[in-house]
Design a protein around this ligand. Structure first.
Ligand code: CA
Length: 221
């Protein structure tokens, strides 16, 4: 599950990020409304945790704007005030849930599990490209229907490439993806994982785009 955390209170954002990563979420954090809209354009998260009080665009404006293009994206609003007006404005504008600060981490995690369950019933969890399929709910990968054992980081790299089949993923982008999963990333980590993936999936599935990064062709091999 990929979470976009939009929060300008940096100590709070840091502690949320750490706790969410510990709970198994991949977290991307931004601290402004405009950055949130940009981040969503670049890579669609599964869930957005959106603070209402932001320095540029307030959370309600961000929510209105993203609802024009993403009607079903799950959004959980946060606010510093337990204000009825904010709550009503948030729900009226299509927030899926609402949490007033201060809150317990366990409460946030419980709300996220509800949103996740809602997502998993509405969204297919299998991605297939050519002969390779991944079941993102069960972390299973198959080649020609036969299950392949992958290390966690190899799985993450493969999932990112397959979710973006047909588009080049830069090495830096893949590295930051590993980092957002709370993994230690060494300088040649991505090359090493791709090397191992090629041993398991064949040399042609993941293509090197020289000087840029990697891609999986939309039709596979
Ligand atoms: Ca704030």
């Amino acid at each position: 599950m990929q979470i976009l955390l939009v929060e300008d209170d940096l100590p709070l954002a840091q502690s949320l990020r750490t706790a969410l990563q510990k709970a198994g979420y991949a977290v991307n954090h931004v601290d402004k409304g405009h950055s949130a809209l940009n981040a969503i354009k670049i890579e669609l998260p599964d869930i957005v945790i959106l603070d209402i009080g932001l320095p540029d665009l307030d959370g309600i404006t961000v929510l209105k704007s993203l609802r024009k293009t993403h009607k079903t994206l799950s959004v959980l609003l946060l606010t510093a005030r337990d204000s009825v007006e904010d709550k009503v404005a948030g729900l009226d504008n299509g927030a899926d849930d609402y949490l007033a600060k201060p809150f317990e981490m366990s409460e946030l995690l419980a709300r996220l599990r509800v949103l996740e369950r809602r997502l998993s019933t509405s969204k297919t969890t299998e991605i297939c490209v050519g002969r390779v399929c991944i079941d993102t709910a069960g972390y299973r990968v198959t080649l020609d229907g036969n299950e392949i054992e992958l290390a966690k980081k190899e799985y993450m790299v493969l999932k990112t490439l397959m979710e973006n089949a047909g588009r080049i993923q830069t090495r830096e982008g893949l590295e930051s993806r590993l980092y957002s999963w709370g993994e230690e990333v060494s300088s040649n980590a991505v090359e090493v994982h791709v090397h191992h993936l090629r041993k398991k999936l064949g040399n042609d599935f993941i293509r090197t785009v020289r000087g840029v990064g990697y891609k999986v062709d939309a039709g596979g091999v």
